[in-house]
Design a protein around this ligand. Structure first.
Ligand code: HBI
Ligand code: FE
Length: 296
């Protein structure tokens, strides 16, 4: 529990960051200390090694093409040159989680909000709020992939256009089970699957758990199913949804979701670990270690 002095210093520290109306700031390169670069390096080296054979080819290719430095926190300006050339995307620095409409507005214009600060050494293996490593290493490599880049923009446009408030939980679940915790078919992967979700690629323990544990369900992706399935933010996922390939997301990006969002707005969502008779089950979970409650 941060003591009040730390919290006060942190507030003062953040207050000096000039935040613009769209919640963006200039990446404060001068604020990264040796400990921040060291945490980046530890995470980058560890995850890059761990993800060989576990992350999908498109992700590994994106990492290589981005040329993320290993020894220090990357400069967003340097990254943006490569990203813009590849798919017209750019990353913008933000102080942390921004309000959903602001987030959707950025995605709709091919801008990815990236938290500017690095986690502390004692948070190396887990922190709940996304930090620079999660946002940059987790989310940016796939933005080098044209189809995934289109999906992310279309997601933002759809979310911005979603009039009724009932649509937002549906869209949050879609984001969660694809962009954050998605798996993809790949014959050379464990159980014939590999990882593409940012929440998994940026986590040592979940990169292993999502592919190799017997506890979770692994279910073929289905849009309506995903939109009606609650999720966990405090533990590993109880279910992972598996796309066949990125074209499945490409098709989704081109679908007018408004009718579906209206149809499902009042539907009662399924608990996170549910298995339905209509599910295309790839591996059914044992449920070992699951804790009750906590579904979002
Ligand atoms: N803000 N900076 C930031 N990063 C996110 O990933 C983010 C956000 N605000 C809202 C949000 N994600 C969620 O609503 C997503 O499910 C869309
Ligand atoms: Fe994320």
């Amino acid at each position: 529990m941060p003591d009040t002095l730390t919290a006060r210093l942190q507030d003062q520290f953040d207050a000096e960051l000039e935040t613009r109306a769209d919640f963006t700031i200039d990446q404060p390169l001068e604020r990264y200390r040796a400990v921040d670069h060291s945490v980046w390096q530890q995470l980058h080296v560890r995850q890059t090694e761990l993800l060989k054979g576990r992350a999908c080819e498109a992700f590994l290719e994106g990492v290589a093409r981005l040329g993320l430095p290993s020894s220090h926190v990357p400069s967003f300006d340097a990254l943006n040159e490569k990203l813009a050339r590849a798919t017209g995307w750019s990353v913008v620095a933000v102080p942390g989680l921004v309000p959903e409409p602001v987030f959707f507005e950025h995605l709709a214009h091919r801008r990815l909000p990236v938290t500017w600060w690095m986690r502390r050494p004692d948070q190396l293996d887990y922190l709940q709020e996304p930090d620079l490593f999660h946002d940059l290493f987790g989310h940016v490599p796939l933005l080098m992939h044209p189809v995934f880049a289109d999906y992310m923009q279309a997601y933002g446009q759809t979310a911005l256009a979603a009039g009724n408030a009932g649509a937002l939980p549906l869209l949050a679940r879609l984001y969660w089970y694809t962009v954050e915790f998605g798996l993809i078919r790949d014959a050379s992967g464990s159980h014939g699957m590999k990882i593409y979700g940012a929440g998994i690629v940026s986590s040592k323990s979940e990169a292993l758990y999502s592919l190799e544990s017997d506890a979770p369900n692994r279910i073929g992706f289905d849009l309506e199913r995903v939109m009606q399935t609650r999720y966990r933010i405090d533990t590993f996922q109880k279910s992972y949804f598996v796309i066949d390939d990125f074209n499945q997301l490409f098709e989704l990006a081109r679908t007018d979701l408004a009718p579906l969002l209206a149809k499902l707005a009042d539907a009662t969502p399924h608990p996170a670990g549910t298995i339905l008779a209509t599910d295309r089950i790839i591996t059914g979970g044992s449920g070992a270690g699951w804790t009750a409650g906590g579904d979002v």
